[in-house]
Structures are given as structure tokens and as C-alpha cells.
Design a protein around this ligand. Structure first.
Ligand SMILES: [Zn+2]
Length: 416
């Protein structure tokens, strides 16, 4: 396969609209291309028009390394602000523009092409490379949840999530980067000085999880002139709020070495019906970005206990409903996959690659939930133009990732 074909595959993928649906059309395309190179794929339907795809190469004897790429994209956004048609992969000055090109059709294409190149070259792989092309990542890792539940990650020793892991090089020294990357000013300068490429990339070994829940308080309505006939639903909710604040203050010392502390945000508050009525209902939603040092279930148990205490003390009716629960990912920076990715990535991308943690979640959450021993890294072509208009990928970086994935897959299975 030649470089022109790499570019055509990416443009073809961008031309398939897959805004959180129609991933079956992406699966069709991948399946046909893989079949041309004698790689059989298996479709795992999620819903009509929405198929995950799983494909493997290797001899099936040694370790299993996964490669995950989601096939869905976010919405096109304001079309008037796009300088090119978001559904046509358009190359200008070494960059391809289009919706989903950075997040993450370039990553998906690069991982798949690397498998095809290894297969075509007849490279003997002692083990298995397993591609997972998933649906619905952008709205809650739907496909990754399904594949994990069905056992597709149980035998994996490691997995590469091919999500975008880079930024334009100059961004590294800008003030906005300081809250995102935990690096000193000296480290930033050193990175940029050593970088012989257009973008600075990172090996992401950890990201936070999510625990989002809603607390409902049920009271008894009454006219505000006779409050003793009612029960104000707001009152115990405020008590609960104060206890929860105290709880998170007490937890602030509990930090992940890469991710820092868990961070709670009260995101929604609703209460009352009208100004002269004792409120019969009140609710509050809290979104916590969680860390491995306190599992979502353990935190939830603590929060339930706080609600129980308030219910006891104030004869209240507080109930907790979980809205979403996604595990953090945290791979030891010294794990073999992390170190191998760093070493091989540095060679191909001509730069130093810091190992870092980030806040946002990926398909890794349901995967590490199912297989806690897996070594997971997020590492792929693409940049901060994800989810924005004029999303693009640097074509040089895209080509380099194809070669580095080939190298990484080969070395991981060779035990080197
Ligand atoms: Zn993504």
C-alpha cells in the first residue's frame, strides 16, 4: 500500500457521515478494505445501522494487544464557519480538513493500515493484534461498553486508544497550556527546543473517571403562611450539600500522582414551585471527575451514607440516582506498553514524549473496568482541533503514526 492510498482511505472515512450514528457504513468500508488484504472482520451490532467491528492479525499464540478507534464523530457544527466542506477530506498545505479527521478517523485509519501492512508483509507476529472499531464513543462509550461486556478485552495484555494526543508545537509554551500539561516552564522550553516536528505529542497513561449523580429531595407542599403543615424539600438538600462539600474537602489530600485529586462540581440545582408555597421537591446534580485512589463505587457508598445520615437526622427523603459512572484509567508510567510507546514514538515523531494524565475520558473506561490488569495508553495522530470547526490532521504526523504503530505492534508482540 502506498502513501497516496493512506490519504485516500482517510478521505473516504471523512466522507462517510457518522455523527453518533451510521457507524455501520464505516464498518462496511473497513470490512471490505480488510478483506482485500485477507483479514476477516466480525461485526458486533449495537443497534440498526450501528455496528462495531472487530478484526485480528497474528498467530493467536502470544499476548493480545488491542487497538481501539471510535467510528462516530461529533456534530458538524456551524457550517458557515467551515472553510471547507466538513464531509470532504480536503488537503491544504499538508493538512487534511474534515469532521472527525482528528477525532478520530486518522487514528482509526492509522491503526488499521498498520495491521494491513504487517499482514501484507507476512511479518510473523507471536500473538494477536485486535482492532476494535467502536460506536457511540462521543455519548458514553456505547460500543466499548458492549465489546467489553461481551469479553473482547478479557485476554488483552495491553491496548492503544488511538485518540488524538498532540498539540501544535507552539501551544506548549502558551499560558493556556499550563493548566492542561503538568510541566514546568523549563520543561516546556526543553520540549519545544528538542522537537523537530510540527506538533508536540504526549503519551497519555491516565485519565480521570466520571461519577455523575442526582439527589432528589421529596417534601410536603403547604401554603407559605402555614409552613408547619408542610416539609420544605430544600432544607435537607442544603444540609446534604454542606456535608458533601466537607466530604470533598476532607478528600482533597487524596491525590493520584499523575491526575491529582478528584474534582466535584455541582452542575444543576432545581427546587420549588412558586414563591408562596413550601417546596415539595428539590434536586441537585453533581459531576465528579474521579481518580483510581477512590473507586466510583467506594465514593458512591460514602455519598449514600451521607444522604442516609441526613434522612435520619431530619426525617428527610433524599434519594440518589446515578447518571453516569465511568472508571478512571491509570497505567503505571513504567509499564512495558507505556515505555515502548514512548521509545518508538520518540523515534518516529522526532521529539521527546512526556507521559502524562488528562481529565477527559475515552473508550478505555469500560475496558479497564472489565480488565483492570490491562496496560492502556492513549496515543494517536490529531490535535486540539477535535470537536471544533475546521478540524484537521497534519498529514505528516498521520503518516508517521502509521509507521510507528507498525513498529509498536511488532515490538510489543516480539517481547522486545
Ligand atoms: Zn474521540
Amino acid at each position: 500500500m502506498r502513501i497516496a492510498e493512506y490519504d485516500q482511505i482517510l478521505a473516504d472515512l471523512v466522507a462517510i457521515p457518522s455523527v453518533n450514528d451510521h457507524e455501520a457504513a464505516v464498518a462496511d468500508y473497513l470490512e471490505k478494505l480488510l478483506a482485500k488484504h485477507h483479514i476477516t472482520a466480525q461485526r458486533v451490532p449495537y443497534a440498526p445501522g450501528r455496528d462495531n467491528l472487530v478484526a485480528e492479525i497474528g498467530n493467536g499464540q502470544g499476548p493480545v494487544l488491542g487497538f481501539d478507534g471510535h467510528a462516530d464523530t461529533v456534530a458538524l457544527g456551524d457550517r458557515a464557519k467551515w472553510q471547507t466542506d466538513p464531509l470532504v477530506g480536503t488537503i491544504k498545505a499538508g493538512k487534511m480538513y474534515g469532521r472527525g479527521v482528528t477525532d478520530m478517523k486518522a487514528g482509526l485509519a492509522a491503526g488499521m493500515i498498520a495491521m494491513i501492512q504487517l499482514q501484507d508483509a507476512g511479518v510473523l507476529l507471536n500473538g494477536t493484534i485486535r482492532l476494535l472499531a467502536t460506536v457511540g464513543e462521543e455519548i458514553g462509550e456505547l460500543g466499548a461498553h458492549q465489546l467489553a461486556e461481551q469479553g473482547y478485552v478479557d485476554d488483552m495484555a495491553g491496548i492503544v486508544i488511538g485518540e488524538p494526543s498532540g498539540v501544535v508545537k507552539d501551544f506548549v509554551t502558551q499560558p493556556a497550556a499550563q493548566s492542561i500539561f503538568p510541566l514546568s516552564p523549563e520543561e516546556r522550553d526543553a520540549l519545544v527546543a528538542a522537537n523537530q516536528n510540527t506538533e508536540q505529542h504526549f503519551v497519555v497513561a491516565a485519565h480521570k473517571g466520571t461519577l455523575a449523580f442526582r439527589v432528589d429531595s421529596v417534601g410536603q407542599a403547604a401554603h407559605s403562611s402555614m409552613p408547619e403543615l408542610g416539609y420544605n424539600a430544600i432544607t435537607p438538600l442544603l444540609t446534604f450539600y454542606n456535608r458533601v462539600q466537607q466530604y470533598f474537602e476532607d478528600q482533597a489530600g487524596l491525590k493520584d500522582p499523575i491526575l491529582g485529586p478528584a474534582t466535584p462540581v455541582v452542575t444543576l440545582l432545581n427546587a420549588g414551585e412558586q414563591i408562596n408555597t413550601v417546596p415539595a421537591s428539590a434536586s441537585m446534580s453533581i459531576n465528579v471527575r474521579t481518580i483510581p485512589e477512590k473507586t466510583n463505587d467506594a465514593m458512591l457508598a460514602d455519598i449514600q451514607a451521607l444522604a442516609d445520615e441526613v434522612n435520619q437526622a431530619e426525617q428527610a427523603h433524599l434519594t440518589i440516582r446515578v447518571i453516569s459512572k465511568l472508571s478512571p484509567m491509570s497505567t503505571d508510567p513504567n509499564a512495558r506498553l507505556v515505555q515502548l510507546t514512548k521509545r518508538i514514538g520518540e523515534k518516529h515523531l522526532k521529539q521527546q514524549l512526556p507521559v502524562i494524565g488528562v481529565s477527559g475520558g475515552t473508550d478505555a473506561s469500560p475496558i479497564v473496568d472489565r480488565n483492570p490488569n490491562i496496560e492502556a495508553v492513549v496515543f494517536g495522530p490529531g490535535n486540539f482541533s477535535a470537536h471544533q470547526v475546521n478540524e484537521y490532521v497534519d498529514m505528516g504526523i498521520y503518516h508517521q503514526y502509521i509507521n510507528l504503530y507498525i513498529d509498536l505492534f511488532k515490538h510489543y508482540l516480539a517481547g522486545m
